[in-house]
Write a protein that binds this ligand. Structure first.
Ligand code: GTP
Ligand code: MG
Length: 221
């Protein structure tokens, strides 16, 4: 499941971003993780300008270098990501325990979680055990704490918000706060507050995928 993405970020346009510019000019080693069907392939394909329902990833898919222009929404920075060769790998396996030192060397990690997993957990009644997906999220948090020690940022990327009924009933910002609060102990298990971020969104269509990508980039700054 992990996707190893050395990222080169360039093209900043504001002086206030000078420090960030210096920090981010260097290629960034990024690993993307998440259970099956959390949206890893769809997200990565969208970065390549592709939009189609991806098949489940069984064997790792090698992605050739790609470049993304994501607009100027974050800090008025024009963001151009150059992704060098990396892999899109299945979420079926236990990625964190099986993938060599990629995670140990990662400078940033994206960990995808479905909003529906959080909804199911909230709805769970006393006496019922935690769902497998939610158990795995917490296990993975502990593994990230152990393994992603070089990462200066671990971003929990909540996908499938479009399928979470709470996103229909709460104003968007309150919904995002609510989801972030649900994940607070997961973040705390991963690392200190300056290391972890939560972004919430959807990959239901290219527009929402672009918005989520933009928020992801913002969370890496
Ligand atoms: N509605 C909705 N569908 C999504 C979203 N994200 C992903 N999907 C769908 O969920 C399915 C699984 O997405 P993938 O990108 O293949 O998931 P993956 O994490 O790569 O899964 P594996 O390769 O099995 O590890 C696809 O049908 C996607 O179109 C989302 O935010 N909203
Ligand atoms: Mg996949």
């Amino acid at each position: 499941m992990p996707i190893f993405i050395p990222v080169l970020i360039a093209g900043f346009s504001v002086a206030s971003a000078a420090i960030l510019k210096r920090q981010l000019r260097k290629p960034l080693r990024l690993v993307v993780l998440g259970q099956r069907t959390t949206g890893k392939s769809l997200l990565i394909n969208s970065w390549q300008g592709e939009w189609a329902t991806p098949p489940a990833t069984n064997t790792p898919v090698k992605i050739t270098p790609i470049r993304i222009d994501t607009g100027e929404k974050v800090l008025n920075i024009e963001k151009k990501f150059i992704f060098k060769t990396f892999h899109d790998i299945s979420g079926r396996d236990e990625p964190i325990t099986t993938n060599g030192n990629e995670l140990d060397r990662a400078e940033a990690v994206l960990y995808l979680v479905k909003a529906t997993t959080l909804f199911d957990e909230e709805r769970r009644t006393a006496g019922h055990g935690q769902h497998t997906e939610w158990v795995r999220v917490q296990l993975d948090a502990a593994r990230l704490a152990d393994r992603a020690t070089a990462a200066r940022r671990v971003v929990i990327v909540v996908t499938h918000a479009d399928l979470d009924p709470r996103s229909d009933t709460l104003p968007w910002e309150r919904y995002c706060d609510h989801v972030a609060k649900q994940l607070a102990h997961v973040c705390a298990a991963i690392g200190p507050p300056d290391k972890t971020r939560v972004v919430v969104g959807s990959l239901a269509d290219p527009e929402r995928a672009a918005t989520l990508t933009n928020d992801i980039i913002g969370s890496l700054l």
